[in-house]
Design a protein around this ligand. Structure first.
Ligand code: MTE
Length: 317
């Protein structure tokens, strides 16, 4: 029954990859080439004056399993938390442009039977890429619905075989201050680190996203590969990972290290446990005006609540 755990798969007809669009600009160019000088003379609008922004981004009419539409490609790729580039969400996309995503390797080791280092293109070939529509609920109380492509973290972990001592998984983002201006700030203990309990990491919802809207992931969203854990606050979904390590004890995480009273290790979306500085009861869906109630486990309770049986989630926040 694991397929029930997945959110609504995206029908490929609902996502139109960017490359299938012929922008008006490209269309005009193509038309010019096709019909030659006659059109050139008759053609009123100047092709070269057509603004670059006229190129349409991919669109989608897909919804999540609760019936809410996916956010636009523009919203998803222009409103980002990625402190390695900037603390200003609207600056990240610009600063991340040109970030080097090839070559890229991911080292998977620690308490495993078969430590391995994977090149990103080998990973893309080895693991069939599937599509998942997930809600992302940031701890700052905004949210989006995002159509990802990628594969489960469990499928990767099964390749390396965690030993019986492995109880947690630790993730690390690339450290490259020459390309990531935010990493020059000494306030944060770079590289960004995150962690999951092994059973959380092995859960079918826990995803390694390599694409967005049917296209390769873009730097601002964590290219070439990032973790997505949809029932936890967004900061657990660590971007641009280069290292996955199986460990025996709870790993340190960036936000927990900076402010342990504000950001716990578990960080499950929980409308009943407020952040010390704001309520978590409601959220603003990007693209909407009214606030909406926040759902326990971000709406994935049926699938994941049993992972926390017997735990007081106001203590293990
Ligand atoms: N990963 C790294 N390496 N650095 C970050 O600053 N921000 C986190 C998370 N992953 C962050 C990160 C936070 S707070 C959120 S809400 C999500 O990424 C945002 O993901 P998005 O920009 O793809 O929507």
């Amino acid at each position: 029954m694991t397929h029930l755990y997945k959110s609504v798969p995206i029908r490929s007809s609902e996502i139109t990859p960017k490359h299938v669009y012929l922008s008006r600009r490209d269309f005009m160019k193509a038309a010019t080439v096709a019909t030659g000088a006659a059109l050139l003379a008759a053609c009123a609008p100047s092709v070269t004056e057509e603004p670059q922004s006229a190129k349409p981004a991919p669109t989608s009419t897909a919804t999540d399993e609760l019936g809410d539409p996916v956010n636009t490609y523009e919203d998803i790729t222009n409103y980002n938390n990625y402190y390695e580039f900037s603390t200003d969400k609207q600056q990240v996309a610009g600063l991340a442009q040109g970030f080097t995503v090839r070559p890229w390797t991911i080292e998977v080791g620690g308490l495993v039977n078969k430590p391995m280092t994977f090149g990103i293109d080998d990973l893309l070939k080895k693991f069939p890429q599937e599509e998942r529509i997930y809600r992302l609920r940031c701890v700052e109380a905004w949210s989006m619905v995002i159509p990802w492509t990628g594969f489960t973290l469990a499928s990767l972990l099964k390749e390396v075989g965690p030993t019986s001592d492995a109880k947690y998984v630790r993730f690390e983002t690339v450290y490259r201050p020459e390309e990531m201006p935010g990493q020059k700030s000494e306030f944060y203990p770079w590289p960004y680190q995150e962690g999951l309990r092994l059973d959380e990491a092995m859960h079918d919802l826990t995803f390694l996203a390599t694409g967005l809207y049917g296209e390769p992931n873009v730097p601002q969203n964590g290219a070439p590969i990032r973790v997505v854990v949809p029932w936890k606050y967004g900061f657990k979904s660590i971007k641009s990972i280069v290292k996955i390590e199986l460990v025996s004890g709870e790993p340190s995480t960036l936000w927990n290290a900076i402010a342990p009273n504000e950001y716990g290790f578990y960080s499950n979306v929980n409308p009943e446990v407020d952040h010390p500085r704001w309520s978590q009861a409601t959220e603003r869906r990007i693209g909407e005006f009214d606030r909406r109630p926040t759902l326990p486990f971000n709406g994935y309770g049926e699938q994941v609540a049993s992972l926390y049986d017997g735990m007081d989630l106001s203590v293990y926040y």
